[in-house]
Write a protein that binds this ligand. Structure first.
Ligand code: BTN
Length: 261
């Protein structure tokens, strides 16, 4: 092991009285933290488990893309949550806002959110978020929130993503203490999650940070590329696009990829 491992005891003691992080599982290697989290969620009533891996052999992103993360350099985790179906739409907002805030604290730079859930710094992707959930008739059994944040990673060493990805190390020139970063991040996310549980919703705060609004975008949906202007987001985070003929269309994150940078 070449990297400095996370200080798991410090993480556990710092988060023991929170909802998010009251159970933390830490692995050197997993196929994907999403798979592990799903197995736990199916057999366990409680929420707030955080599953962290230093290395993933099959880390995945949205639309089944690969997620690339060098072992021990970044943060790759999944959180088991049990919101209601109505609260589910806000989990993505809480996650992107939390990544946004912790990155802003660490860099003094202004990150942006690319709809629906990429966080960018200096116009390059620093974090990706993936939410997978399971329903039973109309009830949500659980949601797994997967987050990857590029911390001490040098994207130049990974040709596939070197032109589109960045990291805290690349932007600040400093190696970051991942344990302290993660404690800050999970505390921020826990506070947002409590707001959601109390039916305080986050759309206004979230939409004010979305760089996509007001821009011309290309939407890929079922293999077709559609061009339009992103006008606004709805209360539960869908994006409204206006086409050149003034017709508007609501698009949901699950259906489309946004091609604009
Ligand atoms: C995306 O940008 O497409 C989402 C990327 C999500 C990556 C994280 S890393 C931790 C968790 N485990 C995975 O396999 N994926 C998510």
């Amino acid at each position: 092991m070449k990297y400095i491992p996370l200080d798991i005891n410090l993480l556990k003691t710092s988060l023991s009285n929170k909802i998010v992080g009251r159970n933390i599982l830490y692995y050197d290697i997993l196929s994907s933290t999403m798979n592990k989290a799903k197995l736990i969620a199916k057999n366990n009533e409680s929420e707030g488990y955080v599953i962290i891996a230093e290395n993933q052999t099959k880390g995945r992103g949205r639309f089944n893309r690969n997620w690339i993360s060098a072992p021990g350099e970044n943060i790759s985790l999944s959180i088991i949550l049990k919101p209601t179906l109505q609260q589910l739409a806000y989990i993505n907002m809480a996650a992107t806002l939390s990544v946004y805030e912790v990155i802003k604290n660490y860099t003094n730079m202004n990150p942006t959110i690319k709809w629906p859930n990429d966080v960018k710094l200096n116009q390059k992707k620093i974090s990706g978020i993936l939410i997978e959930s399971e329903m039973n008739s109309n009830k949500l059994n659980y949601a797994i929130l997967g987050i990857g944040i590029n911390i001490n990673f040098n994207p130049m060493k990974h040709l596939e993503i070197s032109s589109i990805a960045t990291s805290l190390y690349k932007e600040t020139g400093k190696i970051i203490d991942r344990t302290a970063f993660l404690i800050t991040f999970l505390n921020i996310f826990n506070n947002y999650y409590i707001k959601i549980k109390n039916q305080e919703f986050l759309t206004k705060e979230w939409s004010s940070k979305i760089e996509t609004i007001g821009k011309n975008v290309e939407i890929s949906s079922n293999g077709e590329l559609i061009k339009g202007k992103a006008i606004q987001v709805t209360e539960n985070g869908d994006l409204i696009i206006e086409f050149s003929n003034n017709i508007r269309k609501k698009i949901t994150a699950g259906e489309v990829t946004l091609e604009s940078n």
